[in-house]
Design a protein around this ligand. Structure first.
Ligand SMILES: [Zn+2]
Length: 179
């Protein structure tokens, strides 16, 4: 029975295939960091696994590295079977961690989307600011041109009045109609 329960959480492929009941913490103690080495029936050094099944949450065991891929049948529990209370607490914590990780992933994705939108808006804002600056510059140029034209027109008008006045004063007789 223990072998059946533990096997549900052993091996990379099985751990991934159990989604959404994925392991809340690493399901394998880093291999080859213990001594003395324990070899399986295949003659290979065995890693330590961590079960996260409902029956054996957090319980370490040792089995063949290729247990899920046709390896040998070696299976040794390293920790005692949890009590009902320990089992319930660990399962609840496992599920809480899993739920929080799911929420965290969703929030992270939302954050990434918002950051992408923010970047797009910043680019649009920069483009709008450049266009606004160009518009202001053109408006200033247009106003300066209007003032220049008004000044020229004023000079022209004054010149015209001066000429008319001079001609009237000096050559007024030429413009008189005979009575
Ligand atoms: Zn083996």
């Amino acid at each position: 029975m223990e072998t059946t329960a533990g096997s549900t959480s052993s091996g990379t492929s099985m751990a991934r295939s159990r989604s959404p009941r994925s392991s809340p913490i690493p399901y394998r103690v880093p291999p080859f960091e213990y001594t003395p080495a324990v070899n399986c029936y295949c003659g290979q050094k065995t890693p330590k696994w961590i079960s996260w099944s409902d029956r054996n949450p957090g319980r370490r065991y040792r089995s063949c590295y290729r247990n899920q891929a046709g390896g040998c049948s070696l299976w040794v529990w390293l920790d005692p079977e949890p009590t009902d209370w320990q089992r319930q607490v660990l399962v609840d914590l496992r599920d809480a961690v899993k739920s929080l990780r799911t929420t965290n992933r969703a929030l992270q994705m939302e954050k990434n989307e918002l950051e992408a939108e923010k970047h797009e808006l910043e680019v649009l804002l920069q483009e709008a600011q450049v266009k606004h600056a160009e518009s202001v510059e053109k408006e200033l140029e247009a106003r300066a041109l209007v003032k220049e034209l008004e000044a020229r027109a004023l000079v022209k008008e004054k010149g015209s009045k001066h000429i008319q006045s001079t001609m009237t004063r000096c050559c007024g007789w030429q413009f008189r109609w005979p009575c």
